[in-house]
Design a binder for this molecule. Sequence first.
Ligand SMILES: [Zn+2]
Ligand SMILES: [Zn+2]
Length: 174
Amino acid sequence: MLDTHDLGRRPGSQRELSRTVPAPADLGIEVLGVPEGAPVELDLRLEAVMEGVLVTADVGAPLEGECVRCLEPLTDDVEVTFQELYLYDDGRDAASVEEDDEQVSLLDGDLLDLEAAVRDAIVLALPLQPLCSEDCPGLCVECGARLADDPEHHHDAPIDPRWSGLVGLADGEE
Ligand SMILES: [Zn+2]
Ligand SMILES: [Zn+2]
């Protein structure tokens, strides 16, 4: 929640401010997200316009997740910029406004609630398939070993574990 009272309502008046807020729970997608309580940095520009307050926000936050190829934990960060118009709530019906345009929110008196917009912006910016590195080779299809740790690793032929003992014996006899 941000108080816009000292911005005033004169169109054209502007204010810039920076905030660091703890991340709420469940900020992200299944494989990648901002850990709860991690610092989310907001650089905000508030601008009074005729109908409300136009907010331009630069958002930065750390990410934790796992590589979809090799399942190793990974850390990253997200930087995203969004703009959202918050309308003065003078006698407006919130439901009708939301139906008209998803990028429009209502001010609660002088208070502006950024959480929904920040959440949407971060979630949209996340890669759906996070990788520990661009060319992560993933896991060996034969044994599940992580190929980045052991790139030379290969299997001559699939060995049925029930026969592996016999293979050893046969080699000994030759
Ligand atoms: Zn990986
Ligand atoms: Zn293998």
